[in-house]
Design a protein around this ligand. Sequence first.
Ligand SMILES: O=C(O)CCC(=O)C(=O)O
Ligand SMILES: [Fe+2]
Length: 225
Amino acid sequence: MTLIYEYDYLDINQTQWLVENEIDPLLVKSPLYRGTYPSGARFKFEMTNCGDYGWISDQNGQRYQQTHPITGAKWQPVPPVIKRIMHTEGAKLYPSFEVQSVLINVYKSCDTYPIMSFHQDITEENKEAPIVSLSFELGGDFYVAGLSHPGRDYPPTDPSVQKFLVKDGTLIILADEHRLAYHAFGTLHPFVSRTLFTRRINLTARMVYLPNKKASDDKDEISVL
Ligand SMILES: O=C(O)CCC(=O)C(=O)O
Ligand SMILES: [Fe+2]
């Protein structure tokens, strides 16, 4: 089983630099928005994406697309240092890893627990490439279960569930047998480092398609040229 958990992967100087120089500028160009589950319920947090593809959820389903659902603009490229970090970590476990999509979730409050309930990341055609995730600013509880749904209790009562504390600079990778593990984000913790944080930012890098295969809409664009 491969679940990488590095609580202190980046230090405060690295995380501050990345937030100021790569993440916050991206949020200006590709604004955060609140998605909708296919059921019609709204997400409890805001999201946006960067990369060739962005993960989208609305009443028509969950999928990857090349444009921001509100502005209609193409997603911004993955900023270079984030791309290098995500690629380096993904390629250690999956040599042909490509950072095709980075989902950016921003969590600000957790008045109803959990913020993100147990789910599997299954929208990707490529279910072998690892999911590489980096946390910034506020900390919180990240839960990982096995390949079956551990139930709706929070805090989880299923003995298969492991709890991982995440904070500014924590790296988590779900790979191999853990690639399809159920996982959840429970609640924020008021961690204070040198800065008083007011949000948690989570970046999730994914290789959406199998090696040498891209979305059919890419092929359509090429055939039009
Ligand atoms: O915020 C997190 O740590 C988890 C995010 C996640 O699981 C997802 O966006 O699919
Ligand atoms: Fe997930």
